[in-house]
Design a protein around this ligand. Structure first.
Ligand code: FAD
Length: 267
């Protein structure tokens, strides 16, 4: 690691102040940033720790929405009665992230800001049409994820909360990397009054993506059969040592069908 100054502000205004310094970076759970710094792939001059900033934690139901503070740990989301009542699929998703050490440190805000192409939360945000709230504005999920490890966030923007509209039903199926548990392929299906949204993580060369063909078919007839014949174009998918693009395209179909079956089975 290279040298850096460490700051632990107690409020958002002070955090914004420190973030204005050249080469400053926010620190949340450190599960991605610290290993990256250790490998000298990142060398921020200033580290702005968010763990003491007031107002960045908490899980609450606000009317039709489930609102989660950016500094909420994966384990808290997984174990939350409010989450598991409103969107059980989101609780299950958080329970499947990494291992206990990662779940007890990693945060939803850090995961979304990092936007790893194999991360789980981006699929939930896109399928549930979530809104990512920052210290400056509100960003819809369709605008937020802009590419591999890229988001619409500005250099001086801090994710403060994420607001998820509560769907009628939803399910998330993941084929995890056996070591890291990151998604080789993960498919999130959300069924709501205005239709169905399907989002895929782990597979896209440009990161998380939606499958409009499946959304149209499922909005017409919500059954596993409806998505059977829909093929994913492997030319836009990742090929690596963990699996080929053709294999990932196949997995998207299998997991989408299983997610629909899971939803059809839930009361
Ligand atoms: C062994 C291992 C296994 C893992 N397995 C999985 C998995 O199965 N599924 C999965 O989804 N993830 C997995 N992860 C990643 C994990 O979820 C991390 O928690 C997540 O990627 C980063 O969150 P963090 O809170 O640790 O953020 P940090 O590492 O602290 O920060 C990540 C990045 O986001 C920025 N940032 C942090 N908070 C904010 C904010 N509020 N506003 C703006 N920018 C911010 C930071 O500056 C940094 O650039 C794994 C990680 C490890 C080490």
């Amino acid at each position: 690691m290279y040298d850096f100054s460490f700051h632990r502000p107690a409020d958002l205004a002070s955090a914004e102040g420190y973030l204005k310094a050249a080469e400053a970076k926010l620190l949340a759970g450190g599960q991605t940033l610290i290993p990256t710094m250790k490998q000298r792939l990142a060398a921020p001059k200033h580290l702005v720790d968010l763990s003491n900033v007031a107002g960045l934690t908490g899980i609450e139901r606000k009317g039709r929405n489930l609102v989660i503070g950016a500094m909420t740990r994966h384990a808290e989301v997984a174990g939350s009665g409010v989450v598991n009542k409103a969107i059980p699929a989101l609780g299950l998703l958080a329970e499947g992230i990494g291992d206990p050490a990662v779940r007890n440190r990693g945060t939803i805000g850090g995961s979304l800001a990092n936007n790893d192409p194999s991360a789980d939360y981006p699929a939930a945000c896109l399928a549930l049409d979530a809104t990512i709230i920052t210290n400056k504005r509100e960003i819809g999920a369709d605008e937020f994820f802009t590419g591999l490890f890229e988001t619409a966030l500005g250099a001086d923007e801090i994710v403060t909360r994420v607001s998820f509209p509560v769907p009628i039903k939803a399910a998330y199926l993941k084929f995890p990397n056996p070591a890291s548990r990151y998604a080789l392929v993960g498919v999130f299906v959300a069924k709501d009054t205005d239709g169905v949204r399907v989002a895929v993580t782990g597979a896209g060369e440009s990161g998380v993506f939606r499958v409009p063909a499946m959304e149209r078919a499922l909005s017409k007839k919500f059954s596993a059969k409806a998505v059977e014949g829909i093929k994913i174009d492997p030319s836009t998918l990742i090929s690596d040592i963990h699996g080929s693009a053709a294999y990932r395209a196949h997995l998207v179909g299998v997991l989408a069908r299983r997610a629909v079956e899971t939803i059809a089975k839930t009361k």
